[in-house]
Design a binder for this molecule. Structure first.
Ligand code: SF4
Length: 237
């Protein structure tokens, strides 16, 4: 027992300092794209970006480099499209929704045709490093016990009905979060005939990435809930 306590003291606190302090990332981390737009080029779509090395450098939209900024969750699809790649970050829900979910948010995950990468990062949000439970956010097993759903994957034809049923089984008012390039724009599978017709579910939060970093998801959720410290709300890229 004494040995165990010594070990814990040596290990210290592994939980990320976010949101109180800026988290650090390894050099190879590819965060929010920053674009020097080419004349007349269409806006850069961060929602469709796969954050692959080959998407950096000279592109049709201009010269793209990946910053170390992990913040890029947005409230609307359009907010993810800008000439410079900079995203209009998500705003908070209205007061009534924040009163309902601000201190306790239960989410049901719907894996709607994914490679598994996004779910691995969502799982990591419950570990001791990211520890989303410290903000009262948890995944639950049933939509009946959930305040909202988190969609990962492209929504293929086989999962369309399951997604619709899960959405309808979640009591209102509910929130819907699209996580990853697949859920937002089809990701690497864009254009596949297996992708289902859109369900037309209203989305409250779009979290780009392939897959998104756990802190990108957490930052988006805390923005939505109005839970970020004032000096973090408008942090610039
Ligand atoms: S966005 Fe990327 S990591 Fe997530 S499900 Fe699609 S391919 Fe996998």
């Amino acid at each position: 027992m004494l040995e165990f306590l010594r070990l814990r003291l040596r290990q210290g606190t592994p939980t990320s300092p976010f949101p109180g302090r800026e988290p650090g990332f390894p050099e190879r981390f590819r965060g929010l794209p920053v674009v020097e737009p080419a004349p007349g080029a269409p806006p850069f779509d961060v929602g469709a970006c796969l954050f692959a090395p080959e998407e950096g450098g000279e592109q049709a939209a201009g010269t793209v480099r990946f910053s170390q900024d992990f913040r890029m969750a947005a409230s609307t699809r359009d907010a993810l499209r800008a000439a410079t790649g900079r995203v209009e970050l998500a705003g908070a829900l209205d007061e009534k929704m924040r009163r309902l979910f601000g201190r306790s948010l239960r989410l049901r995950s719907v894996v709607a045709g994914s490679c598994g990468g996004c779910e691995a990062e969502l799982n990591a949000m419950s570990n001791v490093v990211f520890d989303m439970a410290r903000f009262g956010i948890q995944f639950v097993a049933s939509p009946r016990h959930a305040d909202g759903i988190v969609i990962t994957g492209v929504v293929n034809r086989n999962m369309r009905e399951a997604l619709r049923a899960t959405y309808e089984a979640t009591p209102g008012p509910r929130i819907v979060i699209a996580v990853g390039a697949c859920a937002i724009a089809g990701g690497p599978f864009a254009g596949s005939p297996e992708i289902a017709e859109p369900l037309g579910i209203p989305i409250d939060l779009y979290v780009p990435g392939c897959p998104p970093h756990p802190l990108t998801v957490l930052d988006g959720l805390l923005r939505l809930l109005g839970r970020l410290p004032e000096d973090r709300v408008r942090a610039a890229p």
